[in-house]
Design a protein around this ligand. Sequence first.
Ligand code: 5GP
Ligand code: MN
Length: 339
Amino acid sequence: MNKQDILSIKQLLSTTTKIVIVPHKNPDGDAIGSTLGLYHYLLKGNHQVNVLVPNDYPTFLKWIPGNDTILKHDSQTTECDALINDADIIFTLDFNAFHRTGSMETVLTKSKALKIMIDHHQAPDDYATYTFSDVSMSSTCEMVYHFIDILEDTNLIDKNIATCLYVGIMTDTGSFRFASTTSTTHKIIAKLIEKGANNTEIHNNIYDTNSYERLQLLGCALSNLKVVPESKAAYITLSQDELNKFNYKKGDTEGFVNYGLSLDNIKLAAIFIEDRQEGIIKISLRSKGNFSVNEMSRAHFEGGGHTNAAGGKSDLSLKDTVEKFISILSSYNKALSDE
Ligand code: 5GP
Ligand code: MN
């Protein structure tokens, strides 16, 4: 983002406007944290601001300041479409292509509003007037902090904004352990704590609010864990029947894929989760080092994401999806053993 763009955005935000903020479908901590963090910041400029999400998100995110103001496109379609059609500016956060918003793709594509993208995923589409894309960033929340900083407004960061941004940086960095975590990330986190983010409370709200059934589901997932030693890979499956048995709720499987990666000498981990309603297998891939699960997902599972964390899907059955995964693994053996 060059100086001219920043001046233009400053100018744009100097008058009252109607603003809509949208994250990707199945929003995670970074998607909700960044949209609500930006929401609280823009409210200070007297704008009319709405956060519209494509669909529901996990309960462990439903305490974040501003949560009650969020509108869901799948259940509040008319209201959301009207706000999008009426918007002067649409911020698109934590995704790189309109199809990542599911049911909102059509109305967003048609919208005449000026678009500003803030995102850290690879290969951003070219739909925005202002594209703030940086794949080296730990999280979109870290980018929203920088965005506020380049607009010279960090003095406006209050406890609400700090809390929202802390959430997304924490969740997207695996609590500050992934390779994307830099000294700058930590400096921003320190500033957010100074501004009022209560780190202990936030960690507790996100990670220590498990239901008993979720832990039982984790037990099931771990007992399904398989290792493919020659590929340094591990994978977990969860069938719809298994999800039903443990009364699965959105977000219950968040983080499960990382257990595969915690095994010694494993460089690639996957989880395959059956979604009978959507008729797909949802896939999460994680890696260590230079092995790009983004490329693997793009090539084989209609998805994408980052080098070390990507998602995708399969229209095959759970069993056939796993077979496909195992059959393509051998072609990656060299890349994985070089890691
Ligand atoms: P997760 O596995 O946690 O769902 O997602 C890991 C990363 O990949 C996140 O940054 C997420 O936004 C991205 N991602 C997840 N699913 C998809 C997908 O279907 N397509 C693309 N392009 N990215 C995805
Ligand atoms: Mn993110």
